[in-house]
Design a protein around this ligand. Structure first.
Ligand SMILES: CC(C)(COP(=O)(O)OP(=O)(O)OC[C@H]1O[C@@H](n2cnc3c(N)ncnc32)[C@H](O)[C@@H]1OP(=O)(O)O)[C@@H](O)C(=O)NCCC(=O)NCCS
Length: 168
């Protein structure tokens, strides 16, 4: 993907954040694959590139208009420069809360030349606002080193009691 140079700074009011639509999917797919390359630290093995691209494209096409996966994008001057997703997890009711559903935040990504200008923050604010509107009980995410400061500044904390088991 060729990236035109970013402006030196992006006033927060100029960034527009909105739910992604089906028309955004080609751009969003490129952003998501760039996210994967960056977090993997390189390209997938050649035989995985095509299948992975189709799997992601299928997922986005199936879920973009739905309620359980909510993809948000940030635009600067009509160009999508960042994105993030909220996956709603409808778990059984909790003893200490009347709210049962939770949100898993995934694939928060800003084009490299737009970083440090508040794009990630406006996307995250939109995801959390969406979760509040849905009256989710909490949102959680798996952080990268790059995202940690942003998330901690917003109040995300390690609860210390979440364990995970990789099954693949
Ligand atoms: C993590 C990531 C999404 C952050 O995106 P970003 O657009 O750079 O985020 P922001 O600009 O909102 O905030 C990043 C930093 O810029 C600072 N910043 C925020 N608004 C700013 C502004 N208007 N001007 C200058 N700096 C600003 C923030 O304080 C933050 O600084 P810090 O890291 O020292 O706390 C981005 O680095 C990225 O896409 N990384 C690769 C993918 C990834 O790791 N995603 C997270 C895993 S889920």
């Amino acid at each position: 993907m060729t990236e035109p140079p970013a402006p030196p700074s992006v006033p927060r009011g100029r960034l527009r954040v909105r739910r992604a639509t089906r028309a955004d999917l080609p751009v969003v797919l490129d952003l998501r694959l760039a996210f994967d390359r960056e977090l993997l630290g390189g390209d997938l093995p050649p035989d995985r590139v095509g299948p992975h691209r189709s799997q992601v494209a299928d997922y986005l096409a199936t879920h973009v208009d739905g309620e359980a996966y909510r993809l948000w994008v940030a635009e600067d001057g009509g160009r999508i420069v960042g994105m993030g997703g909220l996956v709603v997890v409808d778990r059984p009711p909790h003893a200490r809360s009347r709210r049962s559903a939770e949100g898993f935040i995934v694939n928060v990504y800003t084009l490299p030349t737009w970083r440090g200008r508040g794009v990630g923050r406006v996307v995250m604010d939109a995801l959390v606002a969406d979760a509040r509107t849905l009256r989710l009980r909490r949102v959680y995410l798996r952080t990268s080193d790059a995202g940690r400061a942003l998330y901690e500044e917003m109040g995300f904390r390690d609860p210390g009691n979440y364990l995970s088991l990789d099954l693949d």
